[in-house]
Design a protein around this ligand. Structure first.
Ligand code: MSP
Length: 596
């Protein structure tokens, strides 16, 4: 803002009026409390920006701030694949953009370690449960670290801080008369850790695995296609049906993004009954025990969903003003895959309502990844490991491809051919090439960065090609902000990349190399060269800032190269008119991406 005003006052009043930058200010830099879903701003706590409080726990001590952004916690029954990585990279990009907009964000991820599925996996691996969990949780964490996932907290459900909050949750629900003793007879799907009724299963054949090489007739979950087993057991029930109306009412305000998922979530409601929230400890020793009843273990989804509250400090952490539980002063955004929609859009809100806690602000739901159009599965042998692709395509290439290719409503498809061609076309040939050629010393013969304070700048900036690209740049910021704030990183990237192509066209139109004086050949036009290069540098700076949640390292390298101060890498400084430093243009060219 300051830059713009200074420049406006000194040189460019008429020019800036022409490009109507005023509309740009209002739509981007001011409006960042207008976040993920403005349909449910009915909650008066949503925009309390300074509601910090301390929550200390056993592996770090951090402040929970006005925004909590979460991934699902990952089952440790196997090592990570690109589906898991995608959820985390998507959440990471959303978290990074919110930080860019000066919001105080706590971004969390972690592992879901109890339940029958994990217990069975540990047994298969012939390892002690906790040894097995330590190992796989560590592998997930390593993959997230490798991909630059900027998590502030990594929770494991086997931690004591979490067990305490799960007990508190149980006791509150019980204290509010919402838990009763019952029995369950029906289907249980271990892969989904879900209780299913007769009309949620169909006849099918069990999958062939190394342990079960012969397929047998069995019941399959209609929703997930996973095999189910018949169980008959006594357990505790939660009065889910008490909450179906309020949840329907909440869903009618579209807290899920994209909007179509709200309809999907509402379609579950008529079929729901009260929910089993425990399983006999004899069957499920690997679970948190029900308070005061050792014979029962808490259902893994009640345990797992509560992790979000654990990270927020449970029922004990207070808001900064001390008037309430901190959770109630926080905007929570859950990022989830479509397969766990019911758990997050119905069960979790019911538990929150049952304990008097605020509902999430938004649930960003994404579709899945297939590989060459086929569902990923161990038995098909087409599971893609994050570690392999990091080595093959580089961290930033993979992040870019996942975020641009993954869908919120439609499945994304991984194919090596497509990964290669996207990295080459968008990153190496378009963004990388633009940066390399426009920051090379050949186009900056004086080795000083260009400035918009030249006498000719206003005139150059009013030429049709210049006006078009500057106007496009200003609209771009506003558009990308709207997409990113909703969690639609993909649409934001499309906008940025289209603009990057347009910037390359601007280079072709203005041919800055023809303005460079060549001894004995051409006189050149250093004033005009400065002006064109200034506009180009502004395009590059804008692109790098807008891609910072997507390819943070390349963005940083670019901004470092052109001397953008670290404290200027946020929404307040994104507008046209940056003052480049007095430092010399580096001698070495900046090469960001290898061609794949
Ligand atoms: N542990 C539960 C979540 C509990 S959250 C309180 C769970 N774990 S999971 O490991 O099976 O899945 C974690 C995330 O990975 C989910 O969002 C899921 O949608 C995502 N993916 C798993 N396979 C996927 C693809 N093939 N494609 C994209 N994402 C997928 O569910």
């Amino acid at each position: 803002m300051l830059n713009i005003h200074r420049i406006t006052n000194r040189y460019l009043t008429s020019y800036y009026q022409t490009v109507r930058c005023q509309s740009f200010y209002t739509s981007t830099s001011i409006n960042h409390s207008d976040t993920i879903n403005n349909n449910h701003n009915n909650n008066s706590n949503h925009n309390k920006i300074n509601d910090n409080y301390s929550s200390s726990h056993n592996n770090s001590s951090h402040q929970l701030n006005n925004k909590l952004i979460t991934t699902p916690i990952f089952y440790v029954n196997g090592t990570p694949h690109i589906g898991h990585l995608y959820t985390s990279v998507l959440g990471d990009a959303i978290a990074r953009w919110n930080r860019f907009c000066n919001d105080k964000v706590l971004y969390m991820t972690g592992t879901d370690e109890h339940g029958q599925k994990v217990q069975d996996a540990a047994k298969k691996a012939q390892k002690d449960n906790i040894v097995y969990c330590d190992e796989i949780s560590g592998v997930f964490r390593k993959s997230f670290d490798q991909f630059g996932i900027s998590y502030d907290d990594y929770i494991r459900t086997t931690e004591q801080r979490h067990k305490n909050v799960v007990h508190d949750m149980w006791n509150k629900l019980d204290g509010n008369g919402l838990i009763y003793k019952g029995s369950y007879e029906g289907w249980y799907c271990v892969s989904d850790e879900a209780f299913l009724t007769n009309d949620q299963v169909q006849d099918g054949m069990s999958p062939v695995t190394p342990q079960n090489p012969v397929s047998k007739p069995c019941k399959l979950s209609i929703e997930s296609g996973n095999p189910c087993e018949w169980v008959s057991e006594s357990n505790y029930m939660f009065k889910l049906t008490d909450f179906l109306k309020p949840i329907d009412n909440w869903l009618s305000k579209n807290p899920l993004y994209p909007e179509s998922w709200n309809l999907q979530a509402r379609s579950y409601l008529p079929h729901l009954k009260d929910l089993s929230v425990s399983r006999p400890s004899s069957r499920l020793p690997w679970g948190i025990r029900v308070p005061n009843d050792e014979s029962q273990s808490i259902y893994v989804w009640l345990d797992a969903l509560t992790n979000y509250l654990t990270v927020a400090g449970g029922f004990k952490a207070r808001s900064a003003d001390g008037t309430d539980i901190a959770w109630n002063h926080t905007d929570v955004t859950h990022v989830i895959g479509k397969d766990i929609l019911k758990f997050h859009s119905i069960y979790w809100p019911a538990f929150l309502l049952g304990t008097g806690l605020k509902l999430p602000h938004s649930i960003v739901t994404h579709a899945h990844w297939t590989v060459e159009r086929v569902k990923m599965s161990k038995s098909r042998g087409n599971v893609i490991s994050p570690f392999d692709i990091a080595e093959k395509y580089g961290i930033e290439g993979v992040r870019y491809f996942l975020l641009k290719g993954g869908g919120l409503e439609n499945d994304g498809d991984w194919s090596d051919l497509e990964v290669r061609s996207r990295i080459t076309a968008d990153l190496a040939d378009t963004f990388g090439n633009l940066v390399t050629r426009c920051t090379a010393k050949a186009l900056h013969p004086s080795r000083a960065w260009p400035t918009c304070l030249s006498q000719t700048f206003a005139a150059t900036a009013q030429e049709p090609n210049s006006l078009r690209i500057i106007e496009q740049m200003q609209q771009l910021v506003s558009l990308v902000n709207q997409h990113y704030k909703c969690g639609d990183i993909k649409s934001g990237i499309y906008e940025v990349i289209n603009f990057t192509y347009a910037t390359n066209n601007f280079v072709e139109q203005t041919k800055p190399w023809t303005l460079v004086p060549k001894p004995g050949k051409q006189a050149g036009d250093l004033m005009r060269l400065n002006d064109i290069m200034y506009i180009l540098l502004e395009c590059i700076r804008t692109i790098a800032l807008l891609l910072s949640p997507v390819i943070p390292e390349s963005s940083k390298k670019t901004l470092d190269h052109i001397g953008v101060d670290e404290t200027h890498r946020n929404i307040n400084h994104i507008q046209f008119g940056y003052d480049y430093p007095q430092t010399l243009v580096p001698m070495n060219p900046l090469i960001l991406f290898k061609k794949e």
